[in-house]
Design a protein around this ligand. Structure first.
Ligand code: ADP
Ligand code: MG
Length: 496
């Protein structure tokens, strides 16, 4: 209802301010009227199609729980792969020594080193380097991509300062964070199942990514060893757990999205062979592939059809940073085409796929000024449009509808994981402090998204229970987490 109330005045203003002389030209007026009406009706339909009222988020949470169980029962039992991470013990705080971490995300590549000082001194020193992944490498060959990683690592290792110490005769060890779906075969090996997040590198799918990196390091003359292959969610969980024992779940909301959690080994029917001594292991859900009950708009369907993985990663495509701006852009283009939003011609720049990025819509949503000046200038810069105030308001409504859905669905997914854990171990999740460690550029930088996410969690769990669930940002946890897991799995004796 509030949708109609906020939309109508904006549309009215659009009509009046744009065409002040239309009163004397009935035929044109009619055409313009129908255009004007259609912007409003496209917006209303968008808001309706991506609405996430309580029954929708309840269904998504329950369905997430059911899909998790199905994926734990047998391989291929569900959209959710529920991958075994081979991480059975989390950092204790006693880890010591120099360790490296590499993080290949969807947008950035990071190299990091950390000197760990044990329980007392914790993180003694860290240094890191971050680069954007060159576009052409996302579509090149496996060798090109891994050579880029190895040579960046070589350059970074050369700059190691005297704050870092490696005992004589030891190889530097690396925790390799690789944020794509990998079928882990041990803690230090795993096969890439498929690329996601727009990557289409040839020759990696079906191969062990640690072997790919080792071969590249050999080609580049880098004498280092990967001792842990870590999904970024698992790295985030390990990194956050280092500081806080109540962390049981980690979620990434960046270019893409994923989640992992601590599972009881006796709750994993598909787990064959020896079970971990801790009785626990981390499961990488690969929840980006979830799809049941997600409200989709025509813009989502069109974007999916044009993507390199149509029909796949539907949850990821509705909630993660790579896509939110693009969904909004598609809605605005339709409004421009069918409703003459931004004038009679559709702005060229706006027609370019991915021209409007999630950081752009985020920046627009931070504009609290009366004339929405920042919205106007972003629209001008990224879309090449001159906009009226009422048009800017419509743009904000479009962004808000998409971001609200994204945040609320992410919140529902988190509740899905928590309630699965609670069902299996009554009283261990909802009746005590439980921390969900969050990381990724989208979660970090988008306040509205964060609050929509929290709203959905509170709605689903109720205000009392949700007080026990702490959803908090764990900045750069995944880098340190990967280094910690490299330490835990070091080939050298450790004195902890
Ligand atoms: P990756 O996913 O590559 O590991 P990040 O976690 O840093 O990298 O996430 C980068 C993504 O976060 C970007 O693709 C973008 O969608 C989103 N993002 C970055 N900055 C912002 C911002 N200011 N507002 C909203 N989203 C942002
Ligand atoms: Mg990342």
């Amino acid at each position: 209802m509030s949708v109609a109330a906020t939309t109508s005045p904006a549309v009215g203003t659009l009509y009046v301010s744009r065409f002040p002389t239309s009163r004397g030209m009935p035929r044109v007026t009619m055409a313009l009227r129908s255009n004007v009406v259609s912007v409003g009706s496209i917006l209303t339909k968008l808001q309706k199609d991506c609405a996430t009222p309580f029954p929708v988020i309840r269904h998504v949470a329950d369905s997430m729980t059911a899909d998790m169980r199905a994926g734990l029962a047998v391989d291929g039992g569900s959209n959710l792969k529920m991958i075994l991470s081979y991480v059975d013990s989390l950092p204790s705080g006693n880890e010591k020594g120099l360790f490296y971490a590499l993080d290949l995300g969807g947008t950035n590549f990071r190299a990091l080193r950390v000197q760990l000082g044990g329980k007392e001194d914790r993180v003694v020193a860290t240094e890191f380097e971050q680069l954007s992944i060159p576009q052409e490498l996302m579509f090149g060959t496996s060798e090109e991509l891994f050579d880029f990683i190895a040579s960046t690592l070589a350059g970074f290792a050369e700059k190691e300062s005297e704050k870092f110490h490696l005992p004589h005769g030891r190889q530097r060890e690396i925790g390799f964070t690789f944020s794509f779906p990998v079928k882990q075969t041990s803690i230090d090996s795993g096969i890439l199942m498929k690329w996601t997040k727009g990557f289409a590198v040839s020759g990696t799918a079906g191969r062990d990514v640690v072997a790919c990196l080792n071969e590249a390091m050999e080609r580049q003359g880098v004498d280092m060893r990967v001792s842990a292959l870590v999904n970024d969610t698992v790295g985030t969980l390990a990194g956050a757990r280092y500081w806080d024992d109540d962390v049981l779940v980690a979620v990434i909301l960046g270019t893409g999205t994923n989640a992992c959690y601590v599972e009881r080994t006796d709750c994993i029917p598909k787990l064959q062979g020896p079970k971990s001594s801790s009785g626990r292991t981390i499961i990488n859900t690969e929840w980006g592939a979830f799809s049941d009950g997600i409200p989709l708009t025509v813009f989502d369907r069109d974007m999916d059809a044009a993507s390199i993985n149509p029909g796949e990663q539907i949850f990821e495509k509705t909630i993660s940073g790579m896509y939110l701006g693009e969904i909004a852009r598609r809605a605005l283009v339709t409004m421009a085409e069918e409703g003459s939003l931004f004038g009679m011609a559709v702005p060229n720049k706006l027609s370019t796929p991915f021209a409007l990025r999630t950081p752009d819509i985020c920046a627009m949503q931070q504009d609290n000024s009366d004339d929405l000046q920042a919205v106007g200038s972003i629209l001008h810069d990224v879309a090449g449009v001159e906009s009226s105030l009422s048009e800017r308001r419509i743009v904000l409504e479009v962004c808000d509808a998409i971001v609200r859905r994204g945040g609320r669905l992410a919140g529902a997914g988190i509740v899905g994981i928590l309630q699965k854990m609670e069902q299996d171990s009554k009283g261990t999740i909802f009746n005590k402090r439980t921390v969900v460690a969050m990381d990724g550029g989208l979660y970090e930088h988008y306040p509205q998204y964060r609050s929509y996410l929290q709203d959905a969690v509170t709605e689903l769990l109720g205000s009392e229970t949700s007080k026990n669930i702490v959803i908090e940002h764990s900045k750069d946890g995944s880098g340190i987490g990967a280094a910690l897991l490299a330490a835990t799995n070091s080939k050298y004796d450790h004195d902890f």
